[in-house]
Structure formats: C-alpha cells, structure tokens
Design a binder for this molecule. Structure first.
Ligand code: SF4
Length: 111
C-alpha cells in the first residue's frame, strides 16, 4: 500500500465519526486515550529511544489505543493541517496526508 492509499484508508475509516460532536470526541479521548496516563507518575515508561522518529514514537505511544480514530477525527476538526506532534497514531507528515484525504471526503473538500 502506498502513501496515498494509506491516507485514503485512514480518511474512509473516519467517515463513521462525521456526525459525532466535538465535545463527545474530546470526552472519549480524554477518558480512554492510551497516552493519558503519560506523566502521571510511577507508571511512566522507560523511554530509551533518543533517536526515535516521530513515526516510531507515534507507533509506540498509540499502539492499541482504543480511541485512535476519535483522536484523529478530533485533531482534524480542531487543528487541521497545522497540528504538530503525534495524534491518532500518525506523525506530522502522515497526518497531513490523511487530513487532505479527509477533507476531500467531507463536504466535497469545501471545509
Ligand atoms: S491515538 Fe495516540 S495521541 Fe491519540 S489519544 Fe490515543 S494514544 Fe493519545
């Protein structure tokens, strides 16, 4: 699968969340996001990857997150193309590609 196909697949997966209000997405991500325990204290992971790329970091933090799609939908709606960091299991470059595919699927790209 090439990059464009991946972006289309990610964007298509989010179609079912189109009608979910932002507040509901935000509540879900805050309550169930796998990263929400980071910085809470004693259970922090032993980070060893000084040279870890954003993609690797995204995969590590977001692996198995039960609300990765909701996280990505929320990020697309609230920050869009300019968002930085790791959200929805995608690093910046991949997320921007997926965001453009998401835009094309929503309102015919008028957003
Ligand atoms: S997808 Fe990643 S950044 Fe988003 S809530 Fe889950 S763990 Fe956190």
């Amino acid at each position: 699968m090439n990059g464009e196909e991946l972006f289309e697949e990610v964007a298509a997966r989010l179609d079912c969340l189109e009608g979910t209000p932002v507040g509901q997405l935000s509540d879900l991500v805050r309550r169930e996001g796998a990263c929400m325990w980071l910085g809470v204290g004693a259970d922090e992971p032993m980070w060893t990857g000084d040279n870890m790329t954003d993609r690797e970091l995204a995969a590590t933090i977001c692996a198995g997150c039960p609300v990765a799609d909701e996280c990505l939908e929320l990020e697309f709606r609230t920050a869009g193309f300019v968002s930085l960091g790791v959200w929805g299991a995608l690093a910046d470059d991949d997320r921007r590609g997926a965001y453009l595919a998401w835009l094309r699927r929503r309102d015919g790209g008028r957003r």
